[in-house]
Design a binder for this molecule. Structure first.
Ligand code: PLP
Length: 512
């Protein structure tokens, strides 16, 4: 019989009368609740909380956590996501009481330490970007894109220019057109290019006085540094547009080159990727943006400013830029992730950050060199911090990129990103990051080679070792069943078909 402490919900594990906590007897006079809170705001019945013992709760969550793959448990080469190891000392520091216990409404004067750290973070991000003005507000990379595009709109409006288009290459991350369209722009995608690089003639054809922004990821999404980036940024500027650098791939160039130096006017960071905020499952992120001087007045605010009272005596204050596009996040942003990023940068320093980029690129090139004989790599034999392999030739033999990805889970590896970018058939985008050893990479290569020798029919049903095998991913994304409903004992729980199952199994299918 299966132990269902992990998959049953706490409501299902509950037994009336069980408790995780015993409160000591009250040592102050008891007061009637309705003498403190007006009767109309009081509920007539107690909330229906699950009644469970501490052991039930701990086993439930620990077992659940063991069903996940994570950077703490497995190699996680998910391309474009930079799933590097998150150092535990930064966790510890970000959880110091003086930082974590600051109430969001605390008076500025009472949180000078935290403001000082965030000011320094702004300064460090400006330096790494080569762009002087930073807003820490955006809560993720996509939010940063949106924030920067709003900033660009406000800038053009102030100049009296009516620019309506945003251009991006065919390999762009889906968030680029999504952000542009949310910011009210007309999206123009360049034709897919056979080399993986932006085709300058195609770009020239689209440029005109209606173009507001050209968005580009560099290194690009197939792991190549855009060789013509200086020419690209020159062309966009000549047409009066701004260049947005999607900074998701900063891990490859930290301390080597800067978006501001190769012509970018605005960029976002993914602090949770490049600077090791733990992330995954849509979880918390931070996507600060950095922009050129002439855009600083339009940034989302407030930003943090340093006030010099006299030499050596300074304080920090919140200031909303003059023509700010407004507030995009409550309070000061996702501070928890910003703090982890801050400690990461301070721990490594300039030299350490450069080494991060060097080792990330070295690891990716090693992996590429070990896999190129079994998987085609359309971008060539050299890459930056990641590369895209293609399982196209294996597809003809009945093995798809999805089969390989799913089977890798049985071998104890998280799958690479598959079917992105769309311009490469049967794409498998691999990003080992700098935190992996040669031994880990060698094991991963051996696993892929072993999988390619397996029976295609067997692979179609993989994975075999996970609680859920192949959920309907489109349905799980489009129609997630997020509300709990009690398990119907007359039906069998069916994890792959939520509609046939009940309660707990529905949640499983969605999260699988
Ligand atoms: C190239 C690129 N741009 C933008 C994003 C969006 O970042 P976020 O997931 O933090 O919103 C991603 C995320 O994977 C990405 O890979």
């Amino acid at each position: 019989m299966e132990n269902r402490q992990a998959v049953n919900l706490l409501q299902e594990l509950a037994v009336p009368g069980r408790r995780a906590t015993c409160f000591p007897p009250c040592d102050v006079p008891a007061v009637e609740l309705n003498s403190l809170i007006p009767q109309e705001h009081l509920s007539e019945k107690l909330p229906e909380l699950p009644e469970v013992a501490e052991g039930d709760i701990v086993r439930h969550y620990v077992s659940l956590s063991q069903r996940n793959m994570s950077v703490d448990t497995h190699f996680y080469p998910l391309g474009s996501c930079t799933m590097k190891y998150n150092p535990k000392r930064h966790e510890r520091w970000a959880n110091l009481s003086g930082l974590i216990d600051v109430h969001p409404l605390t008076d500025e004067a009472e949180m000078q330490g935290l403001l000082g750290i965030l000011y320094e973070m702004q300064e460090m991000l400006a330096e790494i970007a080569g762009l002087p003005a930073v807003s820490l507000h955006p809560a993720a990379g996509a939010h940063g894109e949106f924030a920067a595009l709003l900033t660009a709109s406000a800038y053009f409006e102030a100049k009296g220019e009516h620019r309506t288009k945003v251009i991006f290459p065919a390999s762009a991350h889906g968030t680029n057109p999504a952000s542009a369209s949310m910011a009210g722009y007309h999206c123009v995608q360049l034709k897919p290019s056979s080399t993986g690089f932006v085709n300058l003639e195609d770009l020239q054809q689209e440029l005109g006085n209606d173009v507001a922004v050209f968005m580009i990821t560099n290194p690009n999404t197939i792991g190549l540094f855009e060789k013509e980036i200086l020419e690209i940024t020159r062309m966009v500027h000549e047409a009066g547009g701004l260049v947005y650098i999607d900074g998701a791939n900063m891990n490859a160039i930290l301390g080597k080159t800067r978006p501001g130096d190769f012509g970018g006017d605005m960029m976002h960071y993914n602090i949770h990727k490049t600077f090791t905020g733990p992330h995954g499952a849509g979880g918390p992120g931070a996507g600060p943006i950095a922009v050129r001087d002439f855009l600083s007045d339009f940034l989302p605010g407030p930003v943090i400013e340093k006030v010099e009272h006299e030499p050596g005596k300074e304080s920090f204050t919140l200031k909303t830029p003059r023509y700010s596009v407004g507030r995009l996040r409550s309070f000061l942003g996702n501070i928890g992730i910003l703090l982890r990023g801050y400690f990461y940068i301070r721990t490594l320093g300039g030299k350490g950050l450069r080494q991060v980029a060097e080792h990330a690129v070295l690891n990716a090139n090693y992996l590429l060199s070990q896999l190129k004989d079994v998987l085609e790599v359309p971008g060539g034999e050299r890459c930056m911090h990641e590369f895209v392999a293609s399982a196209k030739s294996w597809k003809q033999k009945g093995i798809s990129a999805m089969d390989i990805a799913k089977r890798l889970l049985d071998y104890g590896f998280h799958a690479p990103t598959v079917y992105f970018p769309l311009v490469i058939p049967e794409a498998m985008m691999m990003e080992p990051t700098e935190t992996e050893s040669k031994q880990t990479l060698d094991h991963y290569v051996s696993a892929i080679k072993a999988i390619l020798q397996e029976d295609p029919e067997y692979l179609h049903e993989a994975p075999y070792s996970t609680p859920v095998s192949r959920p309907d991913e489109v349905k799980a994304a489009r129609n997630p069943i997020l509300a709990w409903s009690p398990c119907d004992a007359t039906k069998t729980c069916n994890a792959t078909n939520p509609e046939e199952g009940a309660g707990a199994s529905q949640t499983e299918a969605v999260s699988g």
